[in-house]
Design a protein around this ligand. Sequence first.
Ligand SMILES: [Zn+2]
Length: 337
Amino acid sequence: MKISKTTIFAAAAALVFALSAASCGKEVPQTQQSSESFSVAGGTVENTEATATDEAESAETTEAATEAEESGKLSGVTLSYSEAEVNIGQTLTYPYVYDTIDEVWSSSDEEIATVDSVGNITGKSEGKCIISVADKNEPTKGAEVKVTVKKSTGVEETNGITYVNGIMIANKSYPLPQDYNPGGLTAETNAAFQELVDGAAKDGINIYLSSGFRSYDLQSQIYNNYVNAYGQSTADTFSARPGYSEHQTGMAIDVNIIDDSFTGTPEAIWLEAHCNEYGFILRYPFGKQDITGYKYEPWHIRYIGKENAEAFRKEADKRNDVNLTLEEYLEIDSYYH
Ligand SMILES: [Zn+2]
């Protein structure tokens, strides 16, 4: 690994700059706000990383400075990073703001990436956009992050079936072939569900299977009935088009009462709290319709294996999100293309 003196100097300068800005908590004097010193400070993380593999670091610094000048409608604020890559469905932790401002975050294109009130950035679709933070009291004071959103790279296709990190996917983006038919729930799913039912019974909770495997043809009938009754756009919020149903995997189960009256019941609460222990996840959690493509379904669980379910649970804890979805976890999307 080669780190040039220039880079060390730039990093040190940026650190001093950042520390002085952070410790005094005031606006840095105007003389230090040239776009040059600014882009060096903002680009430090990227430049330091680039040096390990790329010797043309001085060229990159120049390029970064030029880009900063071009887009620089906001100035006077330094962030811990000024460029970022994020996968669809992934959320990046906010860049640290080294200046005391009344932060207002915004995205130049919310179809590509969104940003929350503290600066956490979420990838939505492939493309590039700018995430900005500005001072509420002084709208030209702020900084920008150039964001590139990419598709997850862990997606593999075998015989028309999509796997992400080894997990079979059936959602609105990744359908199953018409002839994919395991003939019922997979043996593993069946065994794991029996364990779940037994575990629930020990806690005085009665969980039973209402709908398990559904073939392409059966889903076709169900979906068409809903379309006839409610129209396609409404049907699409709760019923999968044939080929797109997770029930065709043989690893999805609807338990107990398959309607909103199941919400909040002791059975639903138990399922949400314990299904991970048996290798299942709640597939369509509350408040994630925009991500999963389906409204909240507390009765629909999906078997992903005990190890995966445990890792999923840990990731949910890490993100402090009890409603983590498989899409967010695997960094994939779910919408009809
Ligand atoms: Zn279901």
